[in-house]
Design a protein. Structure first.
Length: 491
């Protein structure tokens, strides 16, 4: 019997657990999922919860009943310490967990494993910027379903108040974007910004509002991927021009190259590329935090640390090339392929939990030493694809032996489709759909198209994009609920 333990039940972890259980015999092998949250959340639709257009219950469902039906052991707990060489006199690899719910809340336990997948996702590092986030009470977030629900309520309240504003009253400023110079997930901020603008128009108060987008991207359309070249209606363009046109069309102001330094109740301080500080007041702010790895440790049997398991940000190192390089030396070949730990072959990482070897966007530090550079995105489609291939590698290692060939899912060969909502509505809604191949630019293969395939990278915007976004919402929740023939739906 083999036991596979999956840490995390987000897109990567849940996908991995589903494929493991589908491929491994229930009678011979155990699949264990450890997650601090009781519910699964389809995070992309948090955008709609964050404007009050969708209920929280429509984007979450409880994990325990589903896993029980499907033969997966579930612990609502947070992973704390990995002991890849065993602990004390017990040589079996194990992970120490702390329960986060139920009668065992706060208690710690040890879970042995034969194979381990670290799919713990990110720590939402609001503390990186003083005053940032819902707990500080100065800005909102859509990173979790609870955050999005709180944000949606606040948004609806300010819209209701604006309807009562007299003519000539000062406009309300909606500030949306990234709350630190090192943020990722600019696509989520972009989505929320344009859903906000759309809903203000639908509510009849757009003329009473100023919508401002603030981002650590050097230019619009970067999205943490150094932008892209693509075709739109048969014409070659780039994501900067394409994105800027949408901002002009919707009357949204943009502040680029911004590192937010401090957030207060109704204003913030941000630093520009040249190191100058600026003050910016607002009436409503939704600002995303930077990500770091969760506080997960690795220790030898005697309790000494294994610091080389993780990078400085707390993400797990896998089979990528982590040697220091200048941006001019960066290569698509540096990126992980199998996501196997170089230290322990029975440990893998997937999704946001794996350490990227370097950025994708061009790095920038201000004269003050502040990093204002988008971190490389690893959410959504890449997370699901990596989670599946890691699971299939473990299936083959169990069924075929330790010499089985590992499955690969390098972001330098994976494509990705991003459907960013710009307003919900079955008749008048819209979404910006962008497809890129590959995610990490390959300048050797595509030197004349910014490192990406000229025909497999494109963008479109319109009502069809909204229908696609909604169908993705329905389809992926169907898949995540383990419905019949779920595996037919691609990652």
């Amino acid at each position: 019997m083999a036991r596979v333990v999956v840490l995390g039940a987000g897109i990567a972890g849940h996908t991995a657990a589903m494929h493991l259980r589908r491929k491994l015999s229930r009678h011979k092998h155990e699949v264990v999922v450890v997650s601090p949250r009781a519910d699964w959340n389809w995070v992309p639709s948090n955008i709609w919860v964050g404007t009050g257009k969708m209920k929280k219950k429509e984007v979450v469902f409880p994990l325990a009943p589903l896993y029980k039906r499907k033969g997966v052991i579930f612990h609502q707990a947070a992973a704390k310490i990995i002991y890849p060489e065993g602990r004390g006199d017990d040589p079996k690899p194990q992970v120490e967990i702390e329960f986060t719910g139920g009668k065992n809340e706060g208690r710690r336990a040890l879970v042995h494993y034969d194979y381990l997948i670290n799919a713990t996702g990110p720590l939402l590092n609001f503390k990186a910027t003083p005053g940032l986030g819902p707990d500080a009470g100065n800005s909102y977030s859509v990173c979790t379903a609870d955050h999005a629900e709180q944000t949606g309520k606040a948004f609806q309240e300010i819209v209701a108040a604006m309807k009562e504003m007299p003519e000539g009253a000062p406009k309300k400023r909606f500030l949306i974007g990234t709350g630190n110079g090192s943020c990722t997930c600019q696509g989520a901020a972009f989505e929320y910004c344009f859903n906000t603008e759309y809903d203000l128009r639908q509510a009849g108060v757009r003329d009473k509002a100023e919508v401002v987008y603030i981002t650590n991207e050097a230019q619009l359309g970067d999205f943490g991927m150094n932008g892209m070249m693509f075709k739109d209606n048969g014409y070659a363009t780039d994501s900067q021009l394409w994105t800027e046109s949408l901002f002009r069309e919707r009357g949204v102001k943009a502040i680029t190259g911004a590192g937010v330094r401090e957030v207060r109740k109704n204003d913030l301080t941000w630093e520009d590329f040249d190191g100058n500080m600026h003050e910016l007041p607002f009436d409503f702010a939704m600002l995303l935090p930077p990500f770091s790895g969760i506080p997960l440790e690795a220790k030898k049997a005697d309790g000494t640390d294994i610091p080389e398991m993780f990078n400085a940000g707390g993400f797990m190192k896998v089979d990528g090339d982590y040697s220091p390089k200048s941006p001019e030396e960066w290569s698509h070949k540096d990126w992980p392929k199998t996501y196997q730990s170089p230290l322990y072959p029975n440990i893998f990482a997937a999704g946001i939990a794996f350490a990227p070897p370097h950025g994708i966007s061009k790095p920038h530090k201000t004269p003050n030493g502040t990093n204002i550079t988008p971190a490389p995105p690893r959410t959504g489609m890449p997370s699901g694809s990596i989670g599946k291939e890691v699971a299939m590698s473990i299936v083959d290692l169990i069924n075929k032996g330790p010499n089985a060939k590992l499955h690969e899912a390098s972001m330098a060969v994976l494509g990705a489709a991003c459907v960013a909502s710009t307003g919900t509505g079955f008749k008048k809604g819209s979404a910006a759909a962008m497809v890129m191949f590959p995610i990490v630019p390959n300048f050797d293969e595509y030197p004349e198209n910014a490192g990406r395939h000229p025909n497999l990278s494109f963008g479109k915007i319109g009502l069809f994009g909204h229908w696609t976004k909604f169908l993705l919402h329905v389809g992926f929740i169907y898949k995540a609920k383990w419905k019949p023939f779920w595996w037919i739906i691609p990652e």
